[in-house]
Design a protein around this ligand. Structure first.
Ligand code: PEP
Length: 251
């Protein structure tokens, strides 16, 4: 029988939000405290400038915090970068690595993403490792192969008991309002699970597989029902407590 996996819904605020945005965190925390609380793990990954404040504001609530990126090194001469240990020190429990915007804007390779994931694990963080194809790759019928290559290169060989998370985010669906069909999401997630099982045997069974790309209150329930979709990585819709709460409730 397939192992029961606790869903995870993570919000990626990207380069959005100043101190005033913490009001949305308080509002979300209040909503999540109603009834028996959420059925899933809830994470918000704010800009680094807000991480410490958000972690403190969320302390004692159902919300955990995460970073949006980390440097592979522990410390050193890397102006403007942030290490995984620094994120952990600021209260983070998770960190997104290999988001397509980082891969595209900062020329991040699979090898670099893997090293970042390893640094996250070494700092006691759970890496949310992102993979996904471009529109041209999907149209060209090579989406599965692209994602398989990204997984092979970006996922570390070893991880701690806390585990790793994989987020499948078709690049053409991010911030566009477009989403793959439910059948395409199911096929990709089944394929990712099969690759994890092949490479990691039983350990691959418990890895949470998130879908990301224009997940909204209106489509979350249908997407989150799909087998091998164990939650979502949510960009735009995570900025407002009401929208994010609706997605969390759908999980
Ligand atoms: C993302 O950037 O990870 C994302 C999924 O964005 P959006 O939900 O806005 O498409």
């Amino acid at each position: 029988m397939a192992r029961e996996i606790t869903p995870l819904v993570a919000g990626n605020w990207k380069m959005n939000g100043t101190g005033a945005a913490l009001a949305e965190v308080s509002k979300l925390a209040a909503k999540l405290s109603e009834g028996s609380g959420p059925n899933c793990t809830v994470v918000i990954c704010p800009p680094a400038t807000l991480l410490d404040r958000l972690s403190k504001a969320a302390s004692g609530t159902a919300i955990l915090s995460g970073g949006q990126d980390c440097h592979p090194a522990l410390n050193g001469a890397h102006t403007g970068d942030i290490s995984a240990q620094m994120l952990a020190d600021a209260g983070a429990r998770y960190v997104i690595v290999g988001h397509s915007e980082r891969r595209a804007n900062h020329a991040e390779t699979d090898e670099l993403v893997r090293r970042k994931a390893e640094a996250a694990l070494a700092a006691g963080l759970i890496p949310i490792i992102c993979v996904g194809e471009t529109e041209a790759e999907r149209r060209g019928g090579i989406a599965d192969a692209v994602v398989a290559t990204q997984l092979e290169g970006s996922v570390p060989d070893q991880w701690s008991d806390f585990g790793i998370v994989i987020a499948y985010e078709p690049i053409w669906a991010i911030g566009t309002g477009l989403t793959p069909t439910i059948a395409d999401i199911a096929e990709m997630h089944d394929g990712i699970r099969a690759l994890l099982l092949k490479r990691f045997a039983d350990r691959g069974e418990a890895v949470q597989l998130l879908y990301g790309g224009s997940m909204k209150p209106a489509n979350a329930a249908d997407i989150l029902k799909v087998q091998n979709v164990n939650g979502g990585l949510v960009g735009g819709a995570s900025l407002l407590a009401n929208d994010f709460h609706a997605i969390i409730s759908a999980a």
